[in-house]
Design a binder for this molecule. Sequence first.
Ligand code: GLA
Length: 354
Amino acid sequence: MKKTSLVCVALVLSATLCAQQTKGLKDYYANYFPIGVAVSLRSLSGPDSKLIVQQFNSITPENDMKMGPIHPEENRYNWARADSIVNFAQHHGMKVRGHCLCWHEQTPNWLFKDAAGKNVTKEVLLQRLKDHITTVVNRYKGKVYAWDVVNEAVADDSSHVYRNSLWYQICGEDFIAKAFEYAHAADPNAILYYNDYNTERPGKTARVYQLLKKLVDAKVPVMGVGLQAHWSIYEPTENELRTTIEKLSSLGLKIQFTELDISVYPWEKNRRTKRADDNDAFTAEYEQQQLEQYQKVFRIFREYKNVVTGITVWGISDRYTWLDEYPVPGRKNYPMLFDKNGQPKKAFDAVVSF
Ligand code: GLA
């Protein structure tokens, strides 16, 4: 071969290699659904920002649009952080999932109380919810394409459908439908989601179904269901995942997996202390089990691409994850597709090889 042709071959090969290296999750899934990531403001200016832009085409503010952070006092909104995240997304041509308009956690202190410190009435609380939703949704109209309108209103306990939160204690179940109506009025083009966790556990699937069916039958503008997907190497099973997608989409709702991570420990919501068998290391066994779990769930997501309209992972890499602190403070977890140095794990290869 002539010297010039050899140079050409070398150039083509290195260009291909380079394209493969910069190909992100979003590119592998271009014919399926957007691939999103939860972000904080810090991650958008630090070393993670490159990975975010390279891998993802949708973002969710991890905390900065929640009611406590964005609306700390009744007459004061704190827009700076959420605005910066939305601007970053626009600058890079990414979608934004808004999260979340009504939740029982991370609420501001003033929300449920009157001046005397007593719980407000239902009328007052619904008016506050309306003001909040209208203001926030309006501000990001046309920039946030989908909202988690109500987060986690269903009980974990099988004897109740609704979580016994202050929202529920003061308003009964009405706050759920109202929240969707307020959001729809503020931005009729936004896609509105109900979002919850452990939704693949059969009892919870049934309760979430019951809530959503009631809303759909009453023509409440709920358009999709967000399944948080805080999973582990132990759950969900293939059958649980399929059943959940089929049952909930049978209501005519779109499905998004909104907070995906795969813990290497079982889900133990009420455990706060470390045990001798928490080994803190990413063992070869965990690596293999996690790879298989990631591979399985993404295979199922692809199969249901007619109803699955988005996947968002709840963190960028194993360097930082909320699961390092929850439920057992100080126990290192390894739930993401990128390792502590931002390098793709074997699970990443499993997810993009199809
Ligand atoms: C829930 C919420 C998220 C986040 C996680 C923990 O799933 O929906 O916003 O707070 O808990 O990180």
